[in-house]
Design a protein around this ligand. Sequence first.
Ligand code: MN
Length: 323
Amino acid sequence: MSGYDVIGDIHGCADDLEALLAQMGYTVDDGVYRHPERTAVFVGDLIDRGPDQLRVLQIVKAMADAGSARMVLGNHEFNALAYATEWPAGSGKYLRPHDDPDHPWSAKNEKQHAEFLRQVTGEARAEYLAWFRTQPLWLDLGGIRVVHACWHAESMAVLGDDRIGTDEQLVRMSTKGDPMYVAVETLLKGPEISLVDHGQPPYLDKDGHSREQARLRWWNGAATTLADLAEISSTFTTEDKKPYPALPAVEVERSHVYGDPVPVFYGHYWRQGSPRHLHDWTEYSACVDFSAVKGGSLTAYRWSGEQRIAVENYVQVGARSAH
Ligand SMILES: [Mn+2]
C-alpha cells in the first residue's frame, strides 16, 4: 500500500537506519534504498553524536535525490550551517561560535558537533552543508505534516519561505531577538512555557542548572491548563533539591497548541522505550524520536492514508511493530 514511512532522529546510527529500511521492505537498487510503493520521510537530526554520520548522509541524500525519500531539517543540521558560516565574511567569527573564551557556551557547541567535524570532512562536508540549504524546515504532504520539533503556523508565516535561503536570512535566524530566530527555535527546538510567570518555582535540570522555562506540550490538542501544557520530568527537583511539586490545573493561554485534525509527525524529544507506552501521543500527533543514539530504538511510523494516528503503525528496529 502506498504511503509515507516517517523516520525519527538518526544521529549517525547508520546500522540502525539500514536495519529499519530493510525491515520495512526497502531494498538497494543501483546504490539507493527504494520501496516499490512507499516514500521515506526523515524528520531531521541525521548528524551529530553517533558513529557513522557520513554513511547516514550518503544513504539519505541518495534516496532524496532519487525521489525515494523526503526530509526536513533538524536543529543539528541548522546548527551545522550556522557553525560553518563566517559572518561577517572574513571576520573569523561564525554565526554559531567556535571554541572561543568570550562565549562561555561555545565549548558545548564544539562538543556536540565534534563527531560531525571529525567524520565529515573536506569536499563531502561542503557538499552536505550545501544540500541542507536546499531542504525544507517543514513539509505539508497533504494528509500528513512533518516538522522536526513543533508544527506552528504562525512561526511558518514569520519565515515566509520553508527554506533557509540566503546568508542574510541565516544571520537573522541566528540572531537572538529577531522574529526569524524565535520562529526557527520554535519549529526546530520546540516552544517553552514559563513556570515562574505562572507562580511556580524554577527547577534544576539534569546538569544542575536552574531553569524557569519548561517544554510546552504543544502536541496535546486538548491541553488547557498549566499541568497539561508544561512538561516536568520526574528527575527535576526544586533549587533546594526537593521533588518538583505537581503543577496546578489552572487554565493558561493555549499558545502553540496543535488543534488541526491532520496528523503531524515530529522527532527531537528523546522519548524512551516503545511508542505503545507513550503517555501523551494523541490521534493527530506522533513523535518518532525514541533516542536511537542513546540506547533506544530507531523508530518509524508507517502512514497509509489513515486520518488518525494508530499506535500499531509504529515500527522499531528489532521489533516487528509496536505490539
Ligand atoms: Mn533535535
